[in-house]
Design a protein around this ligand. Structure first.
Ligand code: B1M
Length: 214
């Protein structure tokens, strides 16, 4: 097993202590930061996502793997920024809707999107509809992703879609919704484009749509 493969295994098995060492070793061996990101970290997070969907991994494992990925990414980030070579696959604006303070799921989504090489604009939690609208105007993302954990706050998702319509922005962006109380039926009812049950599914769908639109 070469060093990048070892790094990949360490992220998949969340051996966080080994990750910085292996990252530095791979760099010393002459692998560049982009190669380590693509062949090591992104591939590892894809495997982690699959394991989560197959229920071989649950949330603690997902978080531990994501943290392990960040332990490597922290070392690579300055090098990647310098080389200017990370061509992002797409841009996504994320936020937990107004009135809702639950952001753990949204943060996992953020890590998974970053791991898949998307640029993520994170609006945080308790985000009013106007902020989503402003972000679409300013950032021109391909996707906005809204998270809600309360049956009361999921109604805010409709509000965001209505505000985007009022501002003539609805067709400029694909709208993705998720969170424990949100269902596929609800997503359809409010006119969202994408419903995802979990973070890895969200990223998989977004990656697929980016490929189709070229
Ligand atoms: Co609260 N809470 N909470 N809470 N909380 C729930 C959600 C609840 C189900 C607990 C319960 O009663 N059994 C319940 C909601 C009931 C309902 O509306 N049906 C509840 C309640 C009532 C409340 C308060 C009202 C309690 C009170 O004050 N009386 C209050 C509300 C505060 C507010 O938001 N205004 C409250 C507060 C809190 C804390 C602040 C203490 C804390 C949040 C801390 C934080 O997030 N920083 C908290 C927590 C931790 C929970 C539970 C225990 C765990 C939620 C969580 O983080 N899960 C939760 C009970 C439970 O779910 N078992 C509960 C882990 C997370 C990774 O999962 O966010 O579902 P989740 O994300 C998943 C998927 O849903 C999906 O991907 C993620 C992972 O793959 N996903 C998306 C999420 N967003 C997505 C977006 C997408 C696609 C997929 O596309 C854009």
């Amino acid at each position: 097993m070469n060093t990048i493969e070892k790094l990949r295994e360490s992220v998949i098995n969340f051996q966080i202590k080994e990750v910085p060492e292996l990252t530095k070793k791979a760099l010393e061996e002459g692998h560049n930061a982009l190669e380590i990101l693509n062949e090591g970290l992104i591939k590892a997070m894809e495997v982690v996502g699959e394991k989560y969907e197959k229920q071989e991994y649950f949330l603690p494992e997902l978080l531990a793997a994501a943290q392990s990925m960040y332990a490597s990414l922290d070392i690579l980030k300055p090098l990647l920024a310098k080389s200017g070579k990370i061509e992002k696959v797409g841009k996504v604006v994320l936020g937990t809707v107004k009135g809702d303070l639950h952001d753990i799921g949204k943060n996992i989504l953020k890590m998974m999107f970053e791991g898949a090489n998307f640029e993520v604009i994170d609006l945080g939690r308790d985000v009013p509809a106007e902020k989503f609208v402003e972000a679409v105007e300013k950032e021109h993302p391909q996707f906005i992703g809204m998270s809600a954990l309360l049956t009361t706050t999921m109604l805010q998702m409709k509000e965001v879609i209505e505000k985007l319509k009022e501002n003539g922005l609805r067709d400029k962006v694909k709208i993705m919704v998720g969170g424990a109380p949100v269902t596929e039926e609800y997503a359809k009812e409010i006119g969202a484009d994408i419903y995802a049950d979990n973070a890895s599914e969200a990223v998989r769908i977004a990656k697929g749509l980016v490929k189709i639109s070229g």
